[in-house]
Design a protein around this ligand. Structure first.
Ligand code: PLP
Ligand code: COI
Length: 342
């Protein structure tokens, strides 16, 4: 099938209609066989638990065309597992890992013409979600669930691409509480942070950096991504916290950092330590690796990049990760799953 006619090099990170999505329903104690559906709308009962009580979670992963022309997805098994954790935490029926992977294959294959060509910098973003769909008025879990996977071709999350961004340390809004749901990918976490992100953008910052909600002393993560720093003596450090999302990109960078001799470590990072580091970055599926040019904390601006470019180790990590995703380097850790045409 001919590839879709899109301006692949200039795609933004936004929703774009593709050919179809895939939907499975949990009812009477089982998942059905799922359907491929052209409709972009979901009929939802007005008393569904996803609408009132936030029984919703989602995932984000990417498919790429490799240098040799294969279509691959990156670490789909990890996203499958994380969706199980998200569902369990808010008492939803988790799609089993095999079903998750099958649904991703189906959605990608049904939209193969939207997989961006190798070399364009774009990717096919895959967005699985689970919703509580049965009606409840009392605060109770749903008994029926909808599992949807849609895809959309995307460019960089931050419009500058691989260029340093400016972050603002957020002191007045918490994204997630210590014993709350910050460690799973539920929609409410993003709703909680919207007002912080919008206000920061109005002040000219790219995103916020949240502090731990209890003490306001330690860095948690950014709105849409995890956070890491590189020390002056070349060490990769990323926050240890129970209220951040366990990022699959970060987990991958820790592996690559180890390989590169960066002695990766997860530990609490005090906000007062920020001036001591050589480089800082955000990482996530959408953000990939985004170098951080500056972080503003109260009236102090800590600058990591003065020339508008990423630091040395941030660049090395970025290019290594991208090379693996695009099949330019051997997939030594088995991170890629090939999606063969049906
Ligand atoms: N943190 C938050 C709040 C996110 O939304 C994401 C995106 O998924 C990440 C971190 C990065 O996670 P991953 O690398 O698995 O995409
Ligand atoms: C992702 O990186 O996949 C995410 O879900 C982040 C989102 C805020 C776009």
């Amino acid at each position: 099938m001919a590839r879709a006619n899109l301006d692949w090099e200039n795609l933004t990170f936004g929703y774009r209609k593709t050919d179809c999505n895939v939907r499975y329903t949990w009812r009477d104690g089982q998942w059905d066989d799922g359907v491929l559906c052209e409709d972009e709308n979901i009929p939802v009962h007005m008393a569904a638990t996803c609408l009132h009580y936030g029984q919703e979670c989602f995932e984000g992963l990417k498919a790429f065309e490799t240098r040799s022309g294969d279509v691959v997805v990156f670490r789909v098994d990890e996203n499958a597992r994380r969706m199980v954790a998200s569902c369990r935490k808010i008492l939803m029926e988790p799609p089993p890992e095999e079903l998750f992977i099958k649904a991703v294959r189906r959605a990608v294959n049904a939209n193969r013409r939207f997989v961006p060509p190798y070399g364009t910098g774009a990717s096919l973003y895959i967005r699985p979600l689970v919703l509580g769909i049965s009606p409840q008025v009392g605060v109770k879990p749903a008994t029926e669930f909808l599992f949807v996977v849609f895809v959309t071709p995307v460019g960089p999350y931050f419009k500058t691409g691989f260029k340093p961004v400016d972050l603002l340390v957020e002191e007045f809004v918490d994204r997630a509480a210590p014993l709350g749901v910050g460690d799973v990918k539920v929609g409410g976490n993003y709703a909680a942070g919207l007002r912080a992100t919008v206000a920061a953008k109005q002040r000219g910052y790219t995103e916020v950096l949240y502090l731990d909600a209890k003490e306001k002393k330690y860095i948690d993560e950014s709105g849409p991504a995890n956070f890491f720093v590189i020390t002056r003596d070349g060490q990769y450090i990323t926050p240890q916290s129970d209220s951040i999302l366990p990022s699959i990109t970060n987990k991958s960078l820790i592996t690559l950092a180890e390989e590169l001799g960066l002695r990766p470590q997860r530990r609490s990072i005090a906000v007062t330590e920020l001036p001591d580091f050589a480089e800082a970055g955000c990482c996530g599926t959408a953000a990939v690796i985004t170098p951080v040019g500056s972080i503003t904390y109260r009236d102090q601006k800590i600058v990591y990049s003065t020339d508008g470019e990423a630091g040395r180790w941030t660049s090395v990590l970025y290019h290594k990760l991208r090379a693996i995703q695009l099949g330019e380097e051997p997939d030594r850790y088995g991170w890629l799953t090939r999606i063969d045409p049906d």
